[in-house]
Design a protein around this ligand. Structure first.
Ligand SMILES: C[S@@+](CC[C@H](N)C(=O)[O-])C[C@H]1O[C@@H](n2cnc3c(N)ncnc32)[C@H](O)[C@@H]1O
Length: 277
C-alpha cells in the first residue's frame, strides 16, 4: 500500500514495508484479488493450463490468491517485483510449499525481461499507481501477453486508509495539509480502464470489488496509520498535537466500523483483453 508521492524514494518505502506488508495492509490487497478470482467474469480463464505473470506482486499476493482458488499449481506462475524484500518473502513461501511451477525474481515492470506473447494471464493488483510511468508498464503487460490473453489490473476506488488519515488530521489540526497518495486520479471512475485502452488493449471491462477489513486485521492497518509510514501527515506539528494522533486514528476507525462493521475498501477491477485468439 503506497502512501507517498512518486518523487519520494519508493524502493526504500516498499523495502521497509516488505517484512510487515500483509499485516500492515490488513490483508486488504489479498482479500481484494482473492474475492475477484473466486467469481471471475465468464470470459476469463484461470485453470491448470494458465501461464500467469503476477506483476509488481508485493509478497506474491495474487499468486497466493490464485493458489487458494486453484488448489493446485497451474502450468506456470512468474512472480516479479522490484523490491528484493517482497521477492524474498514469496520465495520463502515457494520453498516452504515446494511449489515447482512458481518462480520469483526482482524485476522492474517498466522493462519486463520476458519474450512477447509469454503469458495467458497477467495480474497487476493495486500497483499501477505506484509506477513511475504507468502507461509504459501497461504496454509491457500487453506485449508479454499471448494474443487473446487477459490482464486483470486493479486500483483502489475507496482508499479508506487515506480517508481515515484525513479525518484524524482535521480533528487535531483543521488547517492540516491533507496527506497525499500517489496518483490519486486512479481513484476516479474509468481512469485505469482508459489507460488499458490507451496502451493498446482491444477491450477493457471495469468491475467493482469490495472488501471489509475486520477484527484482528484492523490492528495491522491501525499500526500502519499510527506509525512512521504516515509521519508526513503530522509534519510541523507540536509534540502535543502529534501525541493525539493514535487516539484520533482510533476515533476515525470506530466511525468507519459503526458505518460498515469494519474498514470498507473498494477497488476498480479492470479486465483487459489483448486482440487475437
Ligand atoms: C501497493 S503494492 C501491491 C503489491 C501486490 N500486488 C499486492 O496485491 O499486494 C505495490 C508493489 O509494486 C511494487 N513496484 C512499484 N514500482 C515497481 C516497478 N517499477 N517495478 C516492479 N515493481 C514495482 C512495489 O515494490 C510493491 O511491492
Amino acid at each position: 500500500m503506497a502512501a507517498q508521492h512518486p518523487s519520494s524514494s519508493f524502493p526504500e518505502y516498499f523495502k521497509k514495508l516488505s517484512t510487515t506488508y500483509s499485516r500492515q495492509t490488513g490483508d486488504s490487497t489479498f482479500n481484494l484479488i482473492y474475492s475477484f478470482l473466486q467469481h471471475l467474469p465468464e470470459d476469463v480463464t484461470l485453470n491448470e493450463q494458465s501461464i500467469i505473470h503476477d506483476n509488481a506482486a508485493g509478497p506474491g499476493t495474487a499468486t497466493i490468491a490464485a493458489m487458494s482458488v486453484l488448489k493446485k499449481e497451474p502450468a506456470k506462475i512468474v512472480v516479479t517485483d522490484f523490491t528484493q524484500g517482497m521477492i524474498d518473502n514469496i520465495q520463502s513461501r515457494i520453498n516452504q510449499e515446494q511449489w515447482r511451477n512458481i518462480t520469483a525474481s526482482v524485476m522492474d515492470s517498466h522493462e519486463l525481461a520476458f519474450a512477447d506473447d509469454a503469458f495467458t494471464l497477467t495480474i497487476c493488483n493495486v500497483s499501477t499507481s505506484t509506477f513511475k510511468d504507468p502507461l509504459k508498464c501497461v504496454q509491457e503487460m500487453l506485449r508479454t501477453l499471448q494474443p487473446g490473453g487477459v490482464c486483470i489490473n486493479s486500483q483502489w476506488k475507496r482508499f479508506t486508509v487515506r480517508d481515515i488519515i484525513h479525518k484524524a488530521q482535521i480533528s487535531i489540526r483543521p488547517d492540516s495539509k491533507l496527506f497525499n497518495m500517489p496518483r490519486a486520479e486512479f481513484l476516479n471512475d474509468g481512469v485505469l480502464k482508459d489507460l488499458m485502452l490507451e496502451a493498446g488493449f482491444a477491450k477493457a471491462d471495469q468491475y467493482v470489488e469490495t472488501t471489509i477489513i475486520r477484527d484482528d486485521a484492523i490492528e495491522g492497518l491501525r499500526e500502519f496509520m499510527s506509525g512512521n509510514f504516515t509521519a508526513s501527515a503530522r509534519s510541523g506539528w507540536t509534540e502535543e498535537e502529534a501525541a493525539m494522533w493514535p487516539a484520533a486514528i482510533d476515533a476515525a476507525i470506530e466511525e468507519e466500523k459503526a458505518n460498515y462493521g469494519g474498514i470498507k475498501m473498494e477497488a476498480w477491477m479492470v479486465v483487459a483483453r489483448k486482440a487475437g485468439s
